[in-house]
Design a protein around this ligand. Sequence first.
Ligand SMILES: Cc1cn([C@H]2C[C@H](O)[C@@H](COP(=O)(O)OP(=O)(O)OP(=O)(O)O)O2)c(=O)[nH]c1=O
Length: 197
Amino acid sequence: MATLYLASGSPRRRELLAQIGVPFRTLVLDLDESSLPGETPQAYVERLARAKARAGLAHSKDPEAVVLGADTAVVLDGRILGKPLDRADAQATLEALSGREHQVLTAVALAAPGRCEARVVTSRVEFRPLSAAEIAAYWETGEPRDKAGSYGIQGLAAVFVSALHGSYSAVVGLPLCETAEMLADFGIACWQEGTTP
Ligand SMILES: Cc1cn([C@H]2C[C@H](O)[C@@H](COP(=O)(O)OP(=O)(O)OP(=O)(O)O)O2)c(=O)[nH]c1=O
């Protein structure tokens, strides 16, 4: 019987995976997340998700392991807006997102001995116009600090989001519908198959 490992330090991903009733263990890795010259956002998130899953597999030393890695990027005008470096960076990011639509790309990868599969889910998120005062107040809440694009749709920033086209769970960090399909393909059942959470 395969054991599922989540290669992630993200509390959001732990909560999301737990939500679909799959038992798993967590591995926390430290990977270089810099992008390569000329790399598209799609290629970037897929490469990182695969790298996290493969590194987790090597780390687990478990011949029955299936390891899940994921990566989320906020993309505006083809440019990746990563986690904020500091207050000024978060402010610039939120000013750029204000009153506009951006994309959130989340890649999920599953690695098992001799096999690695990945999918990338793209969602479109629209922000209403944000004032300088609310951007400043939002930074003070602490919420933007560890999040791609300097916001969390699942938190206080929900009030910024005027529309979402795509997968809510993917924006938070893990596309649950696609993840469940991929897990089934690796022989791991979610709650549908009788594993009551
Ligand atoms: C856009 C958005 C991102 N995020 C978070 C999800 C991810 O944790 C983070 C994107 O950074 P990632 O580099 O994808 O993930 P991570 O470094 O937090 O965790 P790990 O690499 O160990 O798996 O931003 C939200 O929580 N809500 C949102 O609305």
